[in-house]
Design a protein around this ligand. Structure first.
Ligand code: GLA
Length: 370
């Protein structure tokens, strides 16, 4: 007798049992599903990861390739080879391509903030550098990179502006300037403000004030990226709900821009390299080297499920949910805040197989009533 494939309908998408559902198809009526990618994944050096990227994701963000230190390492030198390949990969696979990140205080070379004679750059010099960097990078990919993280992590936990060389040398209007330069370089591009812990009320309020300020001077801002480097117990569904509601009132879209869920025990405050190495060696700080116990696997799955349930309720405001990495093995959380641990923060395990969290995520999508 000929076997008939089992037909499963999730949302508007019909899948057969012979094929594992693709995340991007399951969520096609709700939001884009993205991932951060590395140079080696783009180059196909790990075929399992590259296959997963092509199958499941319709948006990509460069994990490190386009940060200032990589793409513009010296005043007169831009390194576009990796980002050119990244953009070609996205176009070839019909993906929404995000540029990450133009203005940040991390992974930015020291020379950017110096005058070349042992002193600090002046406001005019730094503004000229900012303008040159943004026009050169955004201009190169005009019409091809569809959205930019223009400013990353400008806020303190209490919602005030973080003391960075950008703020200290230019002044508060550095944010407006960055968005203006990006808009001038590619008027068609979406422009984002991106930060972490925005679910916490004081920082969330800081982001709201920041967006209102940009809007009040007529600067284009399309969306807020809330990174959502989550933990098993933070942020609560209520905090996420409140945050999405509050951001929705601003008339901008929201992106879950760097989603992962850290399952490691919290690290000590003393984060020096030496202490970090000692801590990493200690089994209590790295308990799941041989795999996740079932109880934690289920807790992770439940966490992903509850977060996606909130995202679906706010799907009208959310344009994209991007995971920060593809498989557990390539996550930055194996090396931060302690190097060399075995973390399990994503939907695919180290061999590229789906985890129970994957199933929970796709099961949040409502099935039509029969
Ligand atoms: C922040 C940045 C990302 C990345 C992560 C860690 O969230 O926005 O680019 O550096 O930290 O990978």
């Amino acid at each position: 007798m000929k076997a008939h494939p089992l037909i499963i309908t999730i949302g508007m998408v019909t899948l057969t049992s012979s094929a594992q559902p693709a995340l991007k198809e399951v969520f096609t009526n709700y939001f884009l599903i993205g991932t951060a990618v590395t140079e080696s994944q783009i180059a196909g050096q790990n075929p399992i990861q590259t296959t997963l990227i092509k199958k499941h994701f319709n948006a990509i963000t460069p994990e490190n390739m386009m940060k200032w230190e990589g793409i513009h390492p010296r005043p007169d030198r831009f390194n576009f080879a990796p980002s050119d390949r990244f953009v070609e990969f996205g176009e070839k696979n019909g993906m929404f391509i995000i540029g990450h990140t133009l203005i940040w205080h991390e992974q930015t070379p020291k020379w950017v903030f110096e005058d070349g004679q042992g002193g600090s750059a002046s406001r005019d010099l730094l503004l000229t550098r900012m303008s040159n960097h943004i026009h050169t990078v955004v201009g190169r990919y005009k019409g091809r990179i569809k959205g930019w993280d223009v400013v990353n992590e400008a806020l303190n936990e209490d919602g005030t502006l973080r003391s960075t060389p950008w703020l200290n040398i230019i002044g508060e209007d550095y944010l407006v300037k960055a968005f203006e330069f990006a808009h001038a370089a590619d008027p068609g591009a979406e422009l984002y403000y991106n930060d972490y812990s925005l679910e916490n009320e004081p920082k969330r309020n800081g982001a709201i004030a920041l967006v209102k300020k940009l809007q009040s001077v007529g600067a284009k801002i399309t969306a807020i990226g809330t990174q959502t480097h989550a933990k098993l117990d933070w942020p609560s569904p209520q905090l996420v709900d409140d945050t999405l509601t509050a951001f929705g009132k601003l008339g901008v879209k929201v992106m879950i821009a760097e989603l992962d869920i850290d399952v490691m025990p919290a690290h000590s405050q003393n984060n020096s390299a030496e202490v970090s190495r000692r801590e990493a060696a200690a089994p209590p700080m790295n308990p799941y080297r041989l795999g996740l116990p079932d109880s934690v696997q289920q807790a992770l799955a439940a966490r992903y499920g509850e977060l996606f349930a909130v995202y679906l309720r706010h799907a009208d405001k959310i344009s994209r949910v991007t995971f920060w990495g593809v498989t557990d093995g390539d996550s930055w959380l194996n090396n931060w805040p302690i190097r060399g641990r075995t973390n399990h923060p994503l939907l695919f395990d180290r061999s590229g197989k789906t985890k129970p969290a994957f199933t929970n995520v796709i099961e949040t999508v409502p099935r039509p009533k029969l």
